[in-house]
Design a protein around this ligand. Sequence first.
Ligand code: ZN
Length: 213
Amino acid sequence: MNDQQKYSDSHINHLVGALLAADDLPPIVQAGNPVLRAVAQPFDGQLDPQELSALIDLMRRTMQAAPGVGLAAPQVGIPLQLAVLEDQYEISPDITAAKNRHQLDFFAILNPSYEQLGPELASHYEGCLSMSGWQAVVERPALVSLKYDDVAGNTLTRHFSGWQARIVQHETDHLSGTLYIDKAKIRSLSNNAEFALHHSDPDLSGSREILGF
Ligand code: ZN
């Protein structure tokens, strides 16, 4: 498949125009849809600043309504290297400590890439709005450097640790057609009800024993 031809600028414009013209928030595309497995197009001005701003606002509202802490453009059917991130949820002190989870102010990233910093890895259950109802354990770098363009066209580099680093990696991975399940300990896969019953302890030793991962 030639992604370059498949996702031309005019195609992306058409898709975004349809999303922005709709009255409702867009449905979140589910695993199995080809757009989630394609390499998204780098942003190079396909949308004018007003359209880009409106798309980011729509994605933010869609993420909040889900609710989630990140949303990549392919998840609303747009094959463009754009994602939004925000974590303002109240989390219990135990979970905050166990997952090194801290609030993350809203921001949008274009054309992102990340690199692992240091040797430390962290394993936690994570989910995806495009694999609704499921979670699995993913081992990821605990500290990353994220390079991205902001909406004004500035190229920035920021470091993220803990749960923020996980969000950054998860959303950036979406833009190269990678879903968390590709990196997960597959035997850890749990639906949300079973997760609540058996796997909500951030110490995974019990889950490892029960599920054999
Ligand atoms: Zn996701």
